[in-house]
Design a protein around this ligand. Structure first.
Ligand SMILES: Nc1ncnc2c1ncn2[C@@H]1O[C@H](COP(=O)(O)OP(=O)(O)OP(=O)(O)O)[C@@H](O)[C@H]1O
Length: 432
């Protein structure tokens, strides 16, 4: 945020200096006349101006308008643009919305390097068994949290044999319960660990708020990987999770029965539609080895799940009474060990961007450098050549800047913008 924001002045004080003061100062003065209608103060005081970049006559204002409601955001953006454009010496003006970063949270889920969700289309397919097995396997060589997001039917505590109550840290944040193995620990949070049975009756907005609070405030001690055990289906809890948590990838659990595959295909589509990479599928109860004769039997022979779901099969887990035993952090069944290493590798690669060698990567660059790099790279192109920009904020306003560089209007710039990950945006454009 803009912490050294200038003293408030009024339009009347600007007289001569409205033309003679440095352009940046005059732009700031113009912006100070724009108010945030919600907060009732100017946009600096409201903390909406992140930075101002002046490059000759081109001005870019980075503004945290993304958290305002859509109508207010567009009103404030328009007012800022109008104000800046009226400043003598300004040739072009853009307002770049700063995307709120999901990992700005220092506590809660923001504490983790990666978040892997475990989902299923139907109940009872072994999703919690896979989630707890996966978390325990990952806990062998990294610090891991397991979040039981099934607020209406939490069964992670029962599967792991851990009990509450949930204690609070000094600041009131809920502390996870530790599931201790001989050589490794796992942090666990679940409403099933809370004393009150009330959460089971949470519905709609109440469930959303309670879940959001747990996502934001749990004071995890682990910080490498969070495994989230989602409830079955694609209801409110799953949608809240996708809104609140920057999920790096989802592991989908299914049985190989044809109707289960149909339902699972719909879940897979929901995650893909929401930009969450599907790391792969665990086919649970895929077969059975008879303890008497030792022969293996396929329980549901038929369609290949990898083909139907267009996702790799990370593990085929047999029906085995061994898997009904309480898993221990750091010491798990072999199926879960190889699943954990496949999931860790897939999660690490899930956000790898496939970029052309000449892509201009301005992620992390200070605002004044971003524009200079875009100008340099785009101006060096011949008509018809491709320009690729990678940014950590929405680069849509860059289109207007490209148009000004090409001395044309923005409608003449063929460009597309896509959000590749929660933190990475891609703009591709053709030099006209
Ligand atoms: N591969 C397996 N072999 C033997 N038993 C299994 C296997 N997978 C799961 N189970 C058993 O099936 C039951 C249901 O498993 P689990 O609770 O993991 O399912 P779920 O999909 O998470 O269910 P829910 O819909 O309640 O979330 C449990 O008793 C579990 O021990």
């Amino acid at each position: 945020m803009h912490d050294d924001h200038p003293e408030q002045t009024t339009r009347d004080e600007s007289t001569d200096s409205s033309v003679t003061a440095p352009l940046r100062e005059r732009v700031e003065r113009a912006l100070r006349n724009v108010r945030d209608p919600d907060a009732g103060v100017d946009v600096f005081e409201a903390g909406l101006v992140d930075s101002i970049t002046v490059d000759d006559g081109s001005v870019t204002v980075s503004a945290s308008v993304a958290e305002l409601d859509e109508r207010t955001a567009s009103g404030v953006t328009e007012a800022m643009l109008r104000g800046v454009r009226q400043v003598p010496g300004v040739d072009s003006a853009t307002v770049e919305p700063v995307a709120p970063a999901a990992d700005d949270l220092s506590g809660g889920v923001g504490a983790f390097d990666s978040v892997v969700a475990v989902a299923s289309a139907k109940g009872g397919v072994g999703k919690s068994t896979v989630a707890t097995g996966l978390a325990c396997a990952l806990a062998g060589d990294r610090s891991v949290g397991l979040f039981d997001a099934d607020i209406h039917g939490p069964n992670v505590p029962g599967l792991l044999g851990v009990e509450g109550p949930v204690h609070s840290a000094d600041d009131g944040s809920p502390l996870p319960v530790t599931c201790a193995g001989p050589d490794a620990d796992l942090d666990v949070m679940s409403v099933g660990l809370m004393e009150s049975g009330a959460p089971l009756a949470w519905r709609g907005a109440m469930a959303h708020d309670a879940l959001t609070e747990l996502y934001e405030e749990t004071a995890w001690t682990a910080d490498d990987t969070l495994v989230v055990d989602l409830p079955p289906g694609t209801g409110d809890v799953v949608l809240t999770t996708l809104q609140e948590v920057a999920v790096d990838g989802v592991v989908v659990v299914t049985t190989p029965f044809p109707s289960a595959l149909e339902d699972t295909a719909r879940s897979v589509e929901l995650f893909r539609d929401n930009g969450v990479p599907v790391l792969g599928v665990v086919v649970n109860m895929a077969g059975f080895t008879c303890p008497s004769c030792g022969d293996s039997h396929e329980l549901f022979p038929g369609e290949d799940p990898a083909d139907r779901l267009d996702a790799p099969v990370l593990a085929e887990v047999p029906f085995s009474t061994d898997l009904q035993e309480t898993p221990v952090p750091g010491a798990v069944a072999t199926e879960f060990e190889s699943l954990a290493s496949d999931v860790a590798a897939a999660a690490a690669g899930a956000w790898d961007l496939d970029l052309p060698a000449d892509a201009v990567d301005i992620r992390g660059d200070p605002p004044e450098r971003r524009r200079a790099r875009v100008r340099e790279a785009f101006s060096a192109l011949d008509p018809g050549e491709q320009f690729t920009l990678v940014s950590d904020r929405d680069p849509s306003p860059v289109r207007e800047f490209l148009a000004s560089l090409a001395e044309t209007d923005s409608a003449a710039i063929e460009a597309s913008v896509s959000r590749e990950t929660p933190d990475d945006w891609l703009l591709t454009a053709t030099h006209p």
